[in-house]
Design a binder for this molecule. Structure first.
Ligand SMILES: [Zn+2]
Length: 73
């Protein structure tokens, strides 16, 4: 799998999880684990959160910055 495919799969995963935080999404990196979501508040930026999308198997993650009160746009 090349880098571009992986990036695309992370973006797909993020889109699925944005609509359903409990969706089961297979990790783009290892293809074994499921991705889990963890939201972190951003210091000095109260309207935004960092959403960590983390594999529960290999531990790879991506971070998306998104609006706190408007998850579904
Ligand atoms: Zn993984």
């Amino acid at each position: 799998m090349n880098m571009k495919d992986k990036t695309h799969k992370w973006i797909d995963a993020a889109n699925i999880l944005r609509h359903n935080i409990n969706a089961k999404v297979i990790c783009p990196e290892c293809g074994i684990g499921n991705l889990t979501v963890k939201d972190e508040l951003i210091k000095n930026w109260p309207s935004k959160i960092d959403r960590y999308i983390i594999c529960n198997y290999c531990g790879k993650y991506n971070i998306l910055t998104m609006n706190k009160n408007n998850d579904s746009n």
